[in-house]
Design a protein around this ligand. Structure first.
Ligand code: UDP
Length: 312
């Protein structure tokens, strides 16, 4: 698995090991964190290699599945590192697909709802082709994932690799990076410090947030399926960012005020997954309520060793 030390990758490692699989994890720690895998140290079912999968590599021994999760995923990170973002979607995906081809293994690409760009269809269904600005600041991520999807389909069509493509919508939970700039850790961090909660734009833009445990369950089911075309994985509960800020204020009991900041370029106005396909072919739907998921996440951030939560 690439991106094994990341937020979603590390949870998927846990799930695979719990299901009885042995996992060989790769990460270059660009946005991943060794602490996300600390609990697996010494576990005979887990091995880790620090490596940038944009550089080609070989794996010895049998491989049943290749899971490609490596990517920058937070807008703040990919605005700062657009070339690395394009590289991991292109060269990184190619190298991971090659491993799958060489070992006759299954392959899963973790793609994104950003493939739909600033969508003109709502909610987003997998057959919608999207509304992406190909040269805007988000294009490094959107086009990198769209290219990765195209490459994955090409490997399936040309080499017969058994591929899956997950289009992941906004996901949150323990092991997110507190300072990665995404709205969930940003609001929780600010609320816990009593600092102004930074709402970008007027806060009427919407997102739909899925708890990581639910998402990982969907990913695991997808890796076992024979569906070759993209499948949306996300929670259909759609909220405005303002409403979301209010929920976090209530759950943390903070007195923090809202502070309005400029909306980043091409920030999607609405996003909500249509998960009919996942329901039908994977028998999957999210189970964890936003309230429960946020409580777990807030609790995780509160329990982090003090430097992470020291006043910033
Ligand atoms: N956002 C915000 N305040 C923040 C960070 C993000 O209002 O401190 C907004 C952002 O503009 C977007 C939404 O929250 O409309 C979700 O942003 P995030 O970076 O979490 O993920 P995205 O869905 O944009 O990839």
């Amino acid at each position: 698995m690439s991106g094994a030390a990341g937020f979603i990758g590390s949870h998927l490692c846990d799930r695979l090991i719990a299901e009885g699989h042995a996992v060989l994890g790769y990460d270059n720690y660009m946005t991943g964190d060794a602490r996300n895998l600390q609990h697996l140290e010494g576990n005979p079912a887990f091995e880790f290699r620090e490596w940038d999968v944009c550089r080609s590599f070989k794996v010895d021994g049998p491989v049943d599945g290749v899971l490609h999760l490596a990517s920058l995923a937070s807008p703040k990170d990919y605005f700062e590192h657009p070339i690395e973002t394009l590289d991991v979607g292109s060269a990184g995906t190619r190298n991971m697909l090659e491993i799958a081809r060489q070992h006759d293994a299954r392959f899963m690409l973790t793609s994104t709802s950003e493939c739909y760009g600033d969508p003109l269809e709502h909610p987003q269904v997998e057959t919608y082709w999207g509304n992406v600005n190909p040269v805007g600041v988000r294009s490094c991520y959107d086009e990198s994932k769209r290219y990765a999807e195209a490459l994955t389909m090409a490997y399936h069509r040309v080499h017969g690799v058994r591929t899956n493509i997950a289009r992941i919508f906004n996901t949150y939970g323990p092991r997110m990076q507190l300072k990665d700039g995404r709205v969930v850790p940003a609001f929780i961090d600010q609320a816990l410090h009593g600092e102004p909660m930074t709402v970008f734009g007027d806060g009427t833009q919407t997102r739909s947030f899925c708890y990581v445990q639910d998402l990982v369950d969907g990913l695991y089911r997808l890796t076992l399926s024979d569906e070759r075309y993209p499948v949306n994985l996300g929670n259909p509960l759609e909220l405005t960012i303002l409403e979301f800020a209010k929920r976090i204020r209530r759950l943390t009991g903070t007195t923090a005020q809202l502070e309005f900041k400029p909306l980043p370029q091409d920030d999607p106005k609405r996003r909500q997954p249509n998960i009919g396909k996942a329901r039908k072919i994977l028998g999957w739907e999210p189970k964890v309520s936003l309230e429960d998921g946020l409580k777990e996440t807030i609790d995780y951030f509160q329990r982090l060793p003090s430097p992470a939560l020291a006043p910033s």
